[in-house]
Design a protein around this ligand. Sequence first.
Ligand code: PRP
Length: 212
Amino acid sequence: MQDVLKVAMPKGRIYKQASKLFREAGFPIPEDMDDSRKLIIPVPEAGLEFIMAKPVDVATYVEYGVADIGVVGKDVLMEENRDVYELLDLGIARCRMSVIGLPDWQPVLNPRVATKYPNVASQYFREQGQQVEVIKLNGSIELAPLIGLADRIVDMVETGQTLRENGLVEQEQIFSITSRLIANRVSYRMKNESIQSLCDKLQQKMASAGKA
Ligand code: PRP
């Protein structure tokens, strides 16, 4: 009998895509859980237990071993540099990290850059040889250039709707983002058979979707 795998899943819009992928890979994840507020969801038929985490916290649960594996955006992995194994690119929740500003933006000395991703932003501008002041915000980042808090922002762009509706433009793309399957280092050794079998099923599903 295989071990039950504890899976840290991102709550919200990524969960729907992730649960669909797991379902299509053959794991019987109940669909009525997609809108549930339950935080621990046992899926005994699949040998899984979902821990419903805020997306930004998924890698923390996995690093500390309270979840064996997790589904997390590349944006979070780039920002946090967690001590976890990155096993698979799941190809879902596709978007990009970009530098954004008002259309009439003009370069200034020591511009202020607002972002949820201070490490990503600092590293990017350092590599560009530009000195900036990074201001950490927790959401609605697009407000910052509109109300004069920052000259530019570094944020995720998915459909571009938020930018269009707020009269902002994408100026530079930093990297593309998809969700990744990550594993705790100890779990990966101790529960290797279960984790490997789950990876194989997800990979088979993604390969067949790619061919279709
Ligand atoms: C994210 C991101 C952008 C928006 C991009 O915000 O920070 O604001 O989505 O998506 P779009 O290109 O499809 O418009 P989120 O919805 O997570 O909310 P937040 O403002 O609280 O960060």
